[in-house]
Design a protein around this ligand. Structure first.
Ligand SMILES: Cc1cc2nc3c(=O)[nH]c(=O)nc-3n(C[C@H](O)[C@H](O)[C@H](O)COP(=O)(O)OP(=O)(O)OC[C@H]3O[C@@H](n4cnc5c(N)ncnc54)[C@H](O)[C@@H]3O)c2cc1C
Length: 648
């Protein structure tokens, strides 16, 4: 091998500070060094990504590119518009590459992709160097030290992590970067698989994502929203390492806030500023290193003279949750994002269940409409028209800005699933996948399972009231008034229950509470879509029954549809008939033919169950006296499984 000619492949690490992989690449002392990003059709077409997250990504890429150019005026982030699986074999040859270096990614799709790229590198005689840097501890190692099992509780993370070693200290950003080699490309672009396009409905104009490998101007520039066919983003939150480090500096400068942070005491109704750090999108894109965050916070805690908060409610505790979900996903792979075939996810006969391809055992990205009523509730939930102002304000904030507070996420997730609509958590996770700027496959699937009491957490009798819970934080309803401006003038005493406002008060406030909100009309806010207390009781009864029956996603009865016999038609969900086809009628296609998966069953005893505490339902709880469940192990899955289906 001659002098190193190195491609550095940016993916989950859009930063220069604290990057173990970048350090490893530069230690090769490259003769030529290409910092690149591959515009992967999987994320462009098969992941649900709303305009706000696209813009955040472009912000991060532009910021990184100019930081690279500051270190070497001949260099920048070279955007290559082709799938990495087909691009790399050609690049290896064209640029006479000796090394490919990147940060480890344990998401299920990423593992498959990287395995393919590694095979191509091996064939081309290119050495591949991979370093872990996305989590506090390497997620595979974490699961290994957790007796080879998915991490299902914070205490497991706290026990397994230190067995790997101390959380690595941050590495300074490089002070210079080598020149790239030649960048002209003689080869043809392999056109992407553009169908199905999960983001098609968001595109307002022609999609020019793949016009040429080097982009429409031929200069490998970061794409624009127009090129991608998207309208302008609406979020006030912006991406990039520069902004992320400034935000962190500001947080760290406030020693009291940093050292005494307790998640349960942060208000989900606070805005400008929000009550928590809002660093999650930066951690997702890697514009902020999680280890940098951890050690800067720990430094403040160590020097704090007062009483500092402790994990899990403290700031460092929050990122243990992140590592927990990554550790669970690393072990469970694709099954992490779905109920069916998931050995760790409880089976509840939710409405609007996912369609599953029983050959691949993966969800198809589509779902069964078993109940038109549930579908209507789902659409009203998604677009913030439920008639419950607290829920609607949160969903509108999510759609507009791409971020909502953790307890706000709790409230809407509980409402959609076990505390109101009895709709599959997978539907909610898909909406979050599209609209969150911090969407992280592991954290999203894991938290939805937590909130729906299908894994990690079991106290289903504790529901969030859409009235009492927000009242505790914001009596005046300032948060609601910001995101549901129709209710701006309504007397605060009706702000969480506007249907109770007498007509005279409605008139005075310039709003009428009527209809189902299907057609947006000025001065009209919809009536609440159901009686919450009634629905909560129905849901709790359904959950009690499902818990008693005790099925998990990979039980044979769940897969062959005979679970219905156990529910005897008295639970929510598609319970008629004995098989999936019986229940779904015409809707169940050939792909619903079932296979038994009994062999897949794992021993489900062992994992500890604990209260997140950071998420304790303070206020508005409904304790129906359900019994705390015996110790069990539970799991989760990814949504990016769909690519498998689309590839077939
Ligand atoms: C239904 C649901 C879905 C969620 N989906 C996501 C998601 O897709 N991506 C995501 O990053 N978080 C997700 N979360 C977790 C959490 O709500 C966000 O991480 C947090 O609100 C981000 O705001 P922050 O940066 O101000 O958090 P802070 O309170 O300031 O916490 C600091 C960091 O700790 C991590 N963190 C905190 N709480 C959690 C948690 N419960 N799980 C995992 N990491 C956590 C985040 O990286 C966060 O940036 C979800 C929570 C729920 C209930």
């Amino acid at each position: 091998m001659g002098n190193p000619r190195v491609i550095y492949w940016f993916r989950t690490d859009l930063r220069l500070h604290d990057s173990p992989a970048l350090k490893a690449a530069l230690e090769l002392n490259p003769e030529a060094f290409w910092p690149i990003w591959t515009w992967d059709p999987h994320y462009v077409y098969r992941a649900r990504v709303g305009t706000n997250r696209w813009q955040f990504l472009l912000d991060c890429q532009n910021d990184l590119s100019s930081s690279i150019t500051k270190l070497n005026k001949n260099s920048k982030l070279f955007l290559m518009r082709e799938a990495p699986q087909t691009l790399f074999p050609k690049l290896f040859k064209a640029w006479k590459i000796t090394h490919l270096v990147f940060e480890k990614d344990t998401d299920a799709y990423a593992r498959d992709r990287d395995a393919e790229v590694k095979r191509a590198a091996e064939e081309a005689g290119v050495e591949v160097i991979i370093r872990s840097g996305r989590t506090l501890w390497d997620s595979d190692e974490l699961a290994k030290k957790n007796h080879g099992k998915p991490t299902m509780s914070i205490s497991q993370v706290q026990a397994a992590g230190p067995k790997i070693g101390k959380i690595p200290k941050p590495i300074p950003a490089p002070k210079s970067l080598p020149d790239p080699g030649e960048i002209t490309l003689e080869f043809e672009q392999e056109p992407p698989e553009a169908k199905p396009d999960f983001n098609g409905s968001s595109r307002s104009q022609g999609d020019r994502s793949y016009e040429r490998i080097s982009g429409p101007s031929g200069d490998f520039a970061v794409p624009t929203m127009e090129e991608l066919g998207f309208p302008a983003a609406t979020s006030p939150h912006h991406g990039g390492e520069t902004i992320a480090l400034e935000m962190l500096d500001k947080i760290i400068a406030n020693e009291k806030y940093t050292a005494t942070f307790e998640k349960p005491n942060t208000a989900p109704t606070a805005f400008e500023p929000q009550a928590t750090t809002l660093l999650s999108p930066h951690l997702h894109f890697g514009s902020l290193s999680v280890r940098e965050f951890y050690w800067r916070v720990q430094g403040v805690v160590d020097n704090y003279t007062g009483t500092a908060s402790q994990p899990p409610v403290s700031l460092t505790g929050q990122i243990f949750f992140r590592d927990m979900y990554f550790g669970a996903q690393a072990e469970l792979g694709y099954s992490f994002g779905q109920t069916l075939y998931n050995s760790h996810c409880r089976f509840i006969p939710w409405h609007l269940p996912s369609k599953v391809d029983h050959e691949t055992k993966l969800v198809t990205g589509d779902y069964h409409i078993d109940s038109p009523q549930a579908e209507e509730w789902f659409q009203r939930w998604k677009y913030g028209r439920t008639g419950f102002p607290w829920i609607d304000a949160l969903m509108r904030q999510l759609r507009q800005e791409g971020w909502i507070h953790h307890l706000g996420r709790h409230a809407v997730a509980c409402f959609l699933t076990r505390g109101g609509c009895y709709i599959s958590w997978e539907r909610g996770a898909e909406v979050f996948e599209e609209w969150l700027i911090d969407h992280e496959t592991a954290c999203n699937a894991g938290n939805w399972q937590w909130l729906s009491c299908t894994a990690f957490f079991a106290q289903f009798y504790r529901c969030y009231s859409p009235v009492a819970f927000p009242k505790k934080w914001d009596k005046e309803g300032k948060f609601v008034k910001r995101y549901v401006p129709e209710l701006n003038e309504l007397d605060s005493k009706y702000i969480y229950e506007p249907w109770k406002a007498p007509i005279a008060d409605q008139k005075r406030a310039g709003v009428r509470i009527q209809g189902d909100g299907k057609v947006e009309q000025e001065g009209i806010y919809p009536k609440s879509m159901f009686d919450f207390n009634e629905r909560r009781n129905i849901c709790i009864d359904g959950m009690k029954k499902a818990y008693k029956i005790g099925l998990y996603g990979n039980d044979a009865k769940v897969i062959d549809g005979t679970w219905r016999k156990l529910f005897e038609g008295d639970a929510e969900g598609p319970t008629e008939g004995n098989t999936f086809v019986d229940a779904m009628g015409e809707e169940a296609g050939d792909d619903e033919k079932v296979q038994s998966d009994d062999d897949n069953r794992e021993d489900r005893n062992g994992a500890v169950e604990e209260d997140e505490r950071g998420a304790k339902e303070a206020g508005g709880e409904n304790n129906e006296g359900g019994k705390r469940e015996t110790k069990r192990k539970r799991g989760q899955g990814t949504l990016d499984a769909h690519v498998k289906i689309s590839k077939r």
